[in-house]
Design a protein around this ligand. Structure first.
Ligand SMILES: [Zn+2]
Length: 372
């Protein structure tokens, strides 16, 4: 019997069932959306941060509903821009877009980025979301927009409803399989309600009457998947391979996904030890990329200015602020160069080469992948 003090059971954001398990629990964490002003001494508000895996539809999701404040827009890494170019070319080459062109509508993402320019090169004219046309021949949610929606079923249905007869839906997501393979437990963050696997997404689309017509996997973030879907059509062979690979990783298996918990301890212990070793040796350590994934990592590590003197970021919106839950300031890339750091820990592996090239004043061997 449920007592009055028991929390409400967790129900799936897609299928509404309550059969599932907590697969990752990071305790209480500050919002990675809110970078406090450097002069704000805190403490910063914290919220439960847990991942729940639905046993019925396979959607990994935030267990808790926490409304986080507005996102500070980051600067889009070149790696993401390049990936998008490659993805548009791959989708166009797969022959799954409506023949002869037409219209394209995009569901935006707080992360920014757009496919509309790229699609216009393939004959699809942009029509605004919420404008006079309520459908388009190509509907795109390919800049990580969908994951920001608390009600996953309603959000996916809205996107599908916007697909004109004979049209195509394009979705892009950072695969749960990549999160598992890379031990990327810090992909879990407030405001990102869903963590899709290819088997899970194919099932969700099927439940809403859509068949996946092409599947591409890109190396961004260790594995980013682009699917197209339409009403009717056939599964391509590339999809079967991707489904098999992700099932083998265990994306639908709560015990396998739950291994992410072990990765938390390993990463945190290793990074803490590295930072202490550098401090003991008198080395000046900085970070690069005040990214959301650095937030819970630095909080769990217990980072402060004595261990990490600052985190550089190219986004002007984050300057004058500090990393949530810590006193570590966010600094401009020029300040990082002026500080002549001994070590720069890069929190987003995908930008390592990019920042090395952008800041050649810092010797190449001082840049280190924080996750390596
Ligand atoms: Zn479900």
């Amino acid at each position: 019997m449920q007592s009055l003090t028991d929390p409400a059971p967790i129900t799936c954001r897609f299928c509404g069932k309550d059969d599932g398990r907590i697969v990752l629990d990071l305790g209480h964490q500050p919002s990675s959306e809110l970078f406090p002003e450097a002069g704000d001494a805190g403490p910063d508000p914290v919220y439960p941060l847990r991942m729940w895996l639905c046993a019925r539809c396979g959607l990994a999701q935030l267990a808790d509903d926490t409304v986080v404040p507005e996102e500070v827009l980051g600067r889009e890494p070149a790696a993401l821009t390049e990936q998008r170019r490659a993805a548009i070319a791959a989708v166009a080459a797969a022959g799954v877009l409506p023949a002869g062109g037409g219209t394209a509508m995009e569901f935006p993402s707080p992360h920014g980025g757009t496919w509309l320019d790229g699609l216009s090169d393939h004959g699809f004219a942009a029509v605004p979301l919420g404008g006079r046309a309520d459908v388009a021949d190509v509907v795109v949610d390919a800049c990580f927009g969908l994951m920001h929606e608390a009600d996953q079923q309603a959000a996916l249905r809205t996107r599908i409803d916007a697909v004109a007869p004979g049209g195509t839906l394009v979705l892009m997501f950072h695969s749960l399989a990549a999160i598992m393979d890379g031990g990327q437990w810090n992909a879990l963050r407030l405001g990102h309600y869903a963590y899709y696997s290819t088997p899970g997404m194919v099932g969700m689309l099927a439940e809403l009457g859509m068949t996946v017509t092409s599947a591409h996997r890109f190396p961004l973030y260790g594995g980013t998947v682009v699917l197209t879907a339409s009403r009717g059509g056939a599964h391509p062979p590339a999809l079967d391979e991707l489904l098999a690979a992700e099932r083998a990783t265990g994306v639908l298996d709560a015990a396998a996904v739950g291994e992410l918990g072990a990765a938390v301890g390993r990463t945190v212990t290793a990074l803490r030890a590295r930072l202490e070793e550098h401090r003991a040796a008198g080395r000046r350590v900085y970070g690069y990329a005040a990214a959301s994934r650095a937030v819970s990592l630095l909080c769990l590590v217990g980072a402060d200015r004595t261990l990490l003197a600052g985190v550089a970021d190219a986004s002007p919106a984050k300057l004058g602020r500090r990393m949530p839950g810590t006193d570590v300031p966010v600094i401009a890339p020029e300040e990082l160069v002026a500080a002549e750091p001994d070590v720069v820990l890069v929190f987003v592996s995908d930008v390592l080469d990019e920042v090395r090239r952008a800041l050649p004043q810092i010797p190449a061997d001082r840049w280190v992948d924080a996750g390596a």
